[in-house]
Ligand binder design. Structure first.
Ligand code: ATP
Ligand code: MG
Ligand code: MG
Length: 381
């Protein structure tokens, strides 16, 4: 049978492997860590760095088509693989998502609204910053995630200091917006241009990291959902994108929507689709990569997703890690536990997630609240 390959062995790769295998594919993972979550479950695991030519050749030899599970694979590696096998998404699309400055300019060019911003790449650019961007958030253009590489700046002096702190690398200064709430949407675009999407989901962050995703019917105002879908489609089409794409948005007080960033892959906020939809974001990734038909996913249950971070292993400041009491939450109806098999729990590390599904929104929220209380998570949803 055919083999599907994935660059990166994290939890997103692991869930891709699960979906691919359940659809009859063999899988191959490239990740330097032999004990990576995806490496643990894949038929094949190539233990090599993403720039290692032999590793890339080995992956291309194993796999008939190759995708990626994180956006920081070197675009050159995807370009090299594309000489040998089908690769989706394409290197060019991934390269856009790798650089906030490129990404924001790309959104702007496509007519997709985003926060007012300026690229800070020199002393002169720092000097020229428009007053309207302050207070703002200074973000490194590359390699930031989970709020890392970001500093909120109140004024020019703070901006200068923040740029020093970030090592004077290329940054984007964004105006700090007053957010009503945050949403994201996952879509899939096939080789033939067909687009399907999952429902728009609402996200709650804690300390810059996604904490909770709510996907409750009627929860997002229709005009907001329409703006989100239109912008996401525009990005996918304008990029000639093939594969699964997630776009994060801010919803402002006046009901308008601005795009924040895009991920050229399945996304943490789309994990609920495994348990609450008839087609998950990982099945969509398999379908796009394998050139299979795309059908519109249907959400069959209201869902709440709670992220499980390593912090849960250290209740009230304890030093030695302690495994959370999974049996306690599994006694609640509609609780789906997903653990990624990471050996070591660390604060802020994504260890797993829990999705709560139910017949009704009320029961989903009530059960999620009970599960959160049981796990010691804040009740901020
Ligand atoms: P991810 O892990 O999603 O890739 P990231 O490190 O790339 O995160 P962003 O998504 O840019 O970071 O920002 C993280 C969070 O910070 C956002 O979800 C939002 O809550 C807040 N934030 C970011 N930019 C702004 C802004 N311009 N105005 C207000 N809040 C913002
Ligand atoms: Mg990001
Ligand atoms: Mg983000």
């Amino acid at each position: 049978g055919a083999t599907l390959g994935v660059m990166g062995g994290g939890q997103l790769g692991q869930m891709f492997v699960h979906a691919a295998q359940s659809m009859g594919y063999r899988t191959a993972v490239l990740d330097p860590d032999a004990a990576s979550p995806a490496g643990l479950v894949s038929h094949r695991h190539v233990a090599a760095g993403y720039e290692n030519a032999e590793g890339l050749a080995a992956l291309a030899h194993e796999a008939d088509a190759i995708t990626t599970e994180f956006e920081n694979v070197p675009a050159a590696a995807l370009t090299a693989l594309a000489q040998l096998k089908r690769v989706a998404p394409a290197a060019a699309a991934v390269a856009i998502a790798q650089d906030r400055a490129t990404e924001k300019n790309h959104f702007r060019q496509l007519g997709v609204p985003c926060a007012p911003f300026a690229v800070i790449d020199s002393e002169a650019a720092l000097q020229a910053v428009d007053e309207e961007l302050l207070p703002g958030i200074l973000k490194t253009a590359r390699l930031g995630y989970d709020g890392k590489g970001q500093i909120t700046v109140a004024d020019r002096a703070a901006l200068r200091e923040a740029w020093q702190t970030l090592g004077q690398v290329v940054c984007v200064l964004e105006q700090r917006l007053e957010l009503d709430y945050e949403v994201s949407v996952v879509l899939a675009r096939g080789f033939d241009g067909t687009i399907v999407h999952l429902p728009v989901q609402r996200n709650i962050h804690r300390n810059g990291i996604l904490a909770t995703t709510l996907v409750l019917p009627g929860h997002i105002a229709e005009p907001v959902a329409q703006q989100v879908l239109q912008a996401a489609r525009r990005i996918a089409e304008g990029t000639g994108y093939v594969g699964v794409l997630c776009v994060e948005f801010f919803v402002l007080g006046d009901g308008s929507v601005v795009a924040n960033e895009m991920a050229p892959r399945p996304h943490n906020s789309g994990h609920y689709s495994i348990d609450a939809c008839d087609v998950s974001q990982f099945e969509l990734q398999v379908r796009t990569l394998a050139g299979l038909p795309l059908t519109a996913p249907r959400q069959h249950s209201p869902a709440v997703m709670l992220n499980v971070l390593g912090d849960l292993w250290f209740p009230s400041g304890s030093q030695a890690p302690r495994t959370p009491d999974w049996a306690a939450i599994l006694g609640l109806p509609g609780v789906h536990l997903h653990l990624y098999g990471k050996a070591e729990a660390r604060r802020g590390r994504k260890m797993g997630h829990v999705t709560i599904t139910a017949d009704t929104t009320e029961v989903a929220l009530e059960t999620a609240a009970r599960a959160a209380r049981q796990l010691g998570l804040p009740l901020d949803f």
